[in-house]
Design a protein around this ligand. Structure first.
Ligand SMILES: Nc1nc2c(ncn2[C@@H]2O[C@H](COP(=O)(O)O[C@H]3[C@@H](O)[C@H](n4cnc5c(=O)[nH]c(N)nc54)O[C@@H]3COP(=O)(O)O)[C@@H](O)[C@H]2O)c(=O)[nH]1
Length: 829
């Protein structure tokens, strides 16, 4: 243990030394000796002794009492006076310093030691007490509660700053006031004045709290809700020293409680009456609370749900796992909440409910998961509507087959798979032949029924894992996957074509159709869906060109042809509006008179880059694309106008023959158009001859007959073009109101070498005459041909022998009737 540190203040050196030796002899540590008052203060502040032994009479002006004043007050070091003086005035002065002892010299060593020990002990006690007071004072200052201490009469002795604020009264003013005068207390419920708990505590000597919610009315009249209690202060002897009242302003807490209550009420009312299903579920997914909407959605009672968990709604399906996954993520704080669409089960077996489920987790203040808040919205109707929309977006409404977009997706996927497995697949592009005719003749309703029946028949002729789609109109497509031999594709195509040729009976109509099929194969004919579809389409056109009702595999040169076709089509559209088309005329000669009786109008295309383009190159494309209709009308109008101009100007020709395409019969009101053109140009109907091919007639014989009869009535002349090359049906020759037939140049060109041709030409002329029809022979290039035809009494001759087709201006200058006569009289060599 360390020795207590003591300082000696003594003006007599010898006495000071004696004192030091005594004190050290007692075991104290004498840290310094001072001889004057000033020196005592300096050394005390430097050495901080635990006790100062102070003589009163010292060297210098400051005596020991004055020095002790400073040392005790400023340095808080206890002082014992050692003096020979004991007069009342000195004693009075010494008392004011709060000295810890006063020894009159001479004193005994044991008296000295006893005084020192008592002083050291007393000072230690006082220090501890002071520390403890400081602790209390600080605590009372810092706590958020208001504290008021009273004496045994209930008069205020102490108030901490919070009490001053709450009561609105400073301690200095309040001191000595009876506590119940400082603060009036009312019950919150009926505002009756209640007794302050302090007097109660003083009476009962027990801790006294307030029974009910209390309002404190401060001196300023402000009212504050408070919480309080009082306790008596009783010393060790049982003497009541006073009471302490502790209270706090609870308005903030009340506000919070109110807010919390309101919020809870709002939550409960929102929960109970929400239109969507709501539940609280434990972290183990057991239902803790459910609302009535949730019960309604799933058909369960609240009890049934509360006895189970979330799994009851999704048990065992894929969404069970999905939900688990998300809930775990929320529990582990990876997600704050989630929203997911899940397929659930209604209580009624088999009934599916689609739910939009949102969940979030409630944690306590320590962050521990408490429960999930789950919201469930019944989106079954929306989901079905969505599914319906998806279905509609992906399917053809008429046949229920996949549509183009969906087929494209399926094809892309199948190509990827075929690429991975190095396997082949094939596309069959199928187009019904002359479907338009069925629509036009039997009506769209039958057309639709036919498309539905065709789709059913196609379904039954393909394998289960093949894909069938309708691309639009009368176009179907079949994706044949896992192809090992191209022969298999050919067999399927043939089978499909044959299946379609079986008659369909629709609304009492027996309908026979055929189809043209184009086939492309992956990877041989294209690496992607677009190319494969394009190439199957191209092959289908070839099947059409090759007489329909057949299938064709795609070949590379088809692409070149199809490109050419596209270029021609684009060019023709441009040509129509940019005056690139021209009409040339080829004279037709009366074989008896040698007179040029008519001209045939033949269209030409004067292309700015390609030069002169002949109809053989573009008529077929115009026919396919429908451009032949506006071209045909333009040729008709131009030719009629030209014939009328020649008539008016004494030109070489008075009649004109114009070719009609099959589509002009089907797609336009041909009769009205011709009537209008004749009226417009002023050409008499008898001056116009229309050349129709056999195939045009056969496309829609009924309709053609009707139009031809109208034209015949009008007075227009009608002729069968290319006779002998097509059906050569004698029936229509009889039935149709035609005036002449035109022998195809393929028969004329082999005259006189080919006997068969000559026999055929003879027979055609005889037959025509039999039916009272005139005959025109085209392609007459030589005198022999002319002589033979004239001998057979072929009425009209047309060919290079007389003139090549030429422009109207050219013919006007070049044409010479006299020259023709020369031909006819046999002097043409
Ligand atoms: N629908 C329409 N078809 C038209 C129209 N203009 C022409 N065409 C048809 O195009 C085919 C080819 O016609 P074109 O190249 O004009 O050939 C005609 C004559 O130039 C040719 N001809 C005439 N005499 C001879 C000859 O002595 N030798 C020979 N090698 N060729 C000759 O024959 C074509 C006339 O044929 P046709 O109409 O059958 O009388 C052709 O099928 C045209 O019909 C049009 O405006 N609309």
């Amino acid at each position: 243990m360390l020795a207590n540190k003591i300082m000696i203040v003594e003006d007599e050196g010898i006495i000071a030394m004696d004192m030091r030796s005594q004190l050290e002899g007692f075991g104290y540590d004498v840290v310094a000796t001072a001889f004057s008052g000033q020196e005592a203060i300096t050394l005390a502040s430097r050495h901080r002794p635990e006790l100062v032994m102070m003589d009163i009479v010292l060297k210098g002006s400051m005596d020991g009492i004055s020095a002790a004043q400073t040392i005790t007050k400023s340095l808080h070091i206890p002082v014992i006076f050692l003096t020979a003086y004991s007069d009342p005035a000195t004693l009075r002065r010494a008392k004011t310093t709060g000295a810890y002892g006063y020894l009159i010299k001479p004193f005994r060593p044991d008296e000295l030691r006893a005084s020192i020990e008592v002083a050291l002990y007393k000072h230690q006690l006082e220090r501890k007490l002071k520390e403890s007071e400081q602790w209390f004072a600080k605590t009372l200052h810092c706590i958020s509660d208001a504290v008021i201490a009273t004496d045994a009469d209930g008069k205020i002795r102490f108030m901490n700053p919070v009490a001053e604020t709450v009561t609105g009264c400073q301690l200095e003013q309040a001191k000595g006031t009876v506590v119940s005068e400082l603060m009036t207390l009312l019950t919150e419920s009926n505002r009756t004045v209640i007794e302050n708990p302090v007097p109660k505590a003083l009476r009962s000597l027990a801790v006294t709290g307030l029974d009910c919610a209390t309002i404190l009315v401060t001196r300023s009249g402000a009212e504050l809700p408070i919480d309080n209690g009082a306790a008596p202060i009783i010393d060790d002897d049982g003497t009541v020293l006073g009471a302490v009242l502790v209270f706090r302003d609870v308005s903030a807490r009340r506000r919070m409680e109110n807010l919390l209550r309101e919020s809870e009420e709002r939550f409960h009312s929102a929960f109970d009456f929400a239109a969507i299903g709501m539940a609280l579920a434990s972290v183990n997914k057991r239902f803790l609370q459910v609302n009535s909407s949730l019960c309604m959605i799933f058909g369960y009672s609240a009890e049934e749900l509360l006895a189970s968990g979330l799994q009851m709604l999704t048990h065992g399906n894929d969404y069970d796992t999905l939900l688990d996954h998300y809930l775990r993520q929320v529990l582990s704080d990876e997600l704050p909440s989630f929203q997911v669409e899940v397929e659930c089960y209604h209580k009624i077996p088999g009934k599916i409910i689609w739910a939009l489920l949102s969940a979030s987790l409630v944690r306590n203040a320590a962050g521990k998961p408490q429960y999930f808040i789950i919201q469930i919205q019944d989106i079954t109707d929306r989901k079905y509507a969505e599914q319906q929309l998806i279905y509609v977006a992906n399917h053809d409404p008429l046949t229920g087959l996949l549509n183009r977009a969906q087929f494209h997706d399926r094809l892309t996927q199948t190509i990827s798979s075929a690429r991975r497995h190095a396997s082949k697949l094939a596309l069959m592009f199928l187009d019904l032949d002359r479907f338009k005719l069925i629509n036009d003749t039997l009506g769209h309703r039958v057309g639709d029924l036919l498309l539905q029946a065709v789709s059913e028949r196609l379904k039954s002729s393909i394998r289960i894992n093949d894909t069938l789609a309708r691309l639009g109109g009368d176009e179907f497509i079949v994706l044949l996957s896992d192809i090992y031999h191209i022969d298999d594709v050919a067999r399927i195509a043939q089978k499909t074509i044959e299946a379609l040729t079986q008659p369909f009976t629709l609304e009492d109509n027996d309908i026979v159709i055929t189809a043209s099929v184009g086939i492309s194969v992956f990877p041989d004919d294209g690496e992607n869906s677009q190319n494969l579809m394009m190439n199957a389409d191209t092959a289908m056109y070839l099947a059409k060109d090759r007489g329909k009702n057949n299938y064709q595999f795609y070949t590379a040169e088809m692409t070149a042809r199809s490109l050419e076709r596209m270029t021609i089509e684009r060019g023709l559209r441009h040509a129509l509006t940019h005056y690139e088309l021209k009409v040339y005329y080829q004279p037709q000669i009366d074989s008896t008179s040698g007179r040029a009786v008519s001209v045939e109008a033949l269209v030409r295309w004067q292309h700015p880059e390609w030069g002169f383009v002949y109809p053989d190159r573009f008529i077929a494309v115009a026919e396919e694309t429908g451009l032949i209709v506006p071209i045909g009308i333009w040729v008709l109008r131009t030719a009629c106008l030209q014939a009328r101009t020649w008539q008016e100007n004494d030109g070489p020709f008075t009649q004109v023959a114009v070719n009609l395409s099959p589509r002009q019969f089907i797609e336009t009101d041909l009769f009205e158009t011709i009537k209008e053109v004749l009226a417009e140009t002023g050409l008499k109907p008898c001056c116009l001859e229309l050349e129709i091919t056999e195939s045009a007639i056969m496309q829609d014989p009924e309709r053609t007959l009707q139009v031809l009869q109208q034209l015949h009535k009008l007075g227009v002349r009608l002729s069968i073009d290319d006779f002998g090359t097509g059906y050569s049906s004698l029936t229509y020759l009889r039935k149709f109101p035609v005036h002449s037939v035109k022998i195809d140049r393929s028969f004329v060109m082999d005259i006189p070498g080919d006997e068969d041709c000559m026999t055929l030409v003879r027979a055609i002329i005889a037959l025509a005459h039999e039916l009272k029809l005139k005959v025109t022979a085209e392609g007459v290039e030589t005198g022999e041909q002319m002589a033979f035809l004239t001998t057979q009494q072929c009425e009209i001759l047309q060919g290079y022998l007389f003139s090549r087709p030429a422009s109207a201006e050219q013919l006007e200058t070049d044409f010479n009737t006299a020259a023709l006569k020369t031909f006819l009289s046999g002097n043409n060599d």
